[in-house]
Design a protein around this ligand. Structure first.
Ligand code: F6P
Length: 368
């Protein structure tokens, strides 16, 4: 018996996706492992996330090759070195209430004879996977998002590569900030959870870190900055998450409207903050948004390894016929949780244990 696996990447891209795809393919097609298994596997890549399986008409067979591509070990051999996703991605929601394509999706899966899906994504993409699993489709998930905000796992692909970008870019900013005695406000991604700003800020030694989990007070920020200058600081780095907002205020929106999962397009808090800081302190302040640079470039060593482990574990779940689950990293072990557990709730920073609310920075005690 040959089982046909379809693999897709959905939502925002990030480094770590290609390593995961590579290891799904290598593990599924491993001839040594096939001796221990009941059947053999075949793998096809689905291009552009859910769009690739919902926007085609598989019955006509016309445009199928544009979206469905056979994968083998030779094709994916070098993929783990590359960022982004070689399969392409989209923020396409087949259950979008304004344009529901779920029936077409189910019909296409049947006509393409895809037996099960490996879905690599964040909350939205895995939310679709969960819905499909409740409709009888065999699905396993792999967690990815630079925001690291998925429930059920301590790690999501792309996070460490993004933290590395933040750290390197802030290293660059330091020399110019220092030369001019300026304050730099650096805006990171992170819609609802502050992990990127917090750990990126900690890695780069930022003086102030602002996260969505605690609404900030501009007067307190200015007070901290002026206090630093009296101690002889020449320049300051303030890291702010795109989802952070002032007390009593709203999130900053980059563009009106929502994506097909209903999310607002955030951005702009860094720029406004820089104006308020300069006004309040009299110190020259500039801002920069790291934006999609954080999702660019090659995966760091950790994302290559985690992509590998998650890809292998996803195939393990298929072999064991444990569908409706997401592979996960918990307490230092690769494991699995139900998709239901992973979606519907965002994993945010617990400010009582992971944040210094007085200093607007990372915690200063661990073993108390
Ligand atoms: O969901 C991950 C994320 O990086 C968010 O932090 C950010 O708000 C969003 O993607 C940006 O998405 P897009 O690529 O659609 O602009």
């Amino acid at each position: 018996m040959t089982i046909k696996i379809g693999v897709l990447t959905g939502g925002g891209d990030c480094p770590g996706l290609n390593p995961a795809i590579k290891w799904v393919v290598k593990t599924a097609l491993d001839s040594r492992l096939s001796k221990e298994r009941q059947g053999t596997f075949q793998v096809v890549g689905i291009r552009e996330g859910w769009r690739g399986i919902a926007a085609i008409d598989a019955r006509s067979q016309d445009d199928v090759s544009q979206y469905i591509v056979p994968l083998d070990e030779e094709i994916v051999r070098t993929w783990d070195r590359y960022g982004g996703t070689n399969l392409g991605t989209s923020r396409f929601n087949p259950f979008n209430p304004k344009d529901d394509r779920s029936e077409q999706l189910l019909d296409n899966l049947k006509h393409l004879a895809i037996d099960c899906l490996v879905v690599i994504g964040g909350e939205d993409t895995l939310g679709v996977a969960y819905k499909l699993s409740t409709m009888g489709i065999k699905v396993v998930g792999i967690p990815k998002t630079i925001d690291k905000d998925l429930e059920g796992t301590d790690y999501t692909l792309g996070f460490e590569s993004a933290v590395q970008v933040i750290t390197e870019e802030i290293d660059r900013l330091r020399t110019t900030a220092g030369s001019h005695k300026r304050i730099f406000v650096v805006e990171t991604m992170g819609r609802q959870a502050g992990w990127l700003a917090l750990e990126g800020g900690e890695s780069s030694g930022a003086y102030i870190i602002l996260i969505p989990e605690l609404d900030f007070e501009i007067d307190r920020i200015n007070e901290l900055l002026l206090e630093g200058r009296t101690k002889g600081t020449r320049y300051d780095i303030v890291v702010v998450s795109e989802g952070a907002k002032p007390k009593g205020g709203k999130e900053f929106v980059r563009k009106q409207g929502q994506d097909s999962f209903g999310h607002a397009l955030l951005g702009g808090v860094g720029e406004c903050l820089a104006v308020e800081i300069e006004r309040g302190t009299g110190l020259e302040t500039r801002s920069i948004s790291l934006s999609h640079l954080q999702r660019g470039g090659a995966p760091c060593a950790y994302d290559r390894r985690m992509g590998r482990y998650f890809g292998i574990a996803a195939v393990d779940l298929i072999v064991k016929e444990e569908f409706g689950k997401m592979v996960s990293y918990r307490n230092g072990e690769i494991t699995a949780v139900s998709l239901e557990e992973a979606i519907g709730k965002i994993r945010t920073v617990d400010i009582s244990t992971h944040y210094d609310t007085e200093r607007y920075n990372g915690r200063r005690t661990f073993l108390r």
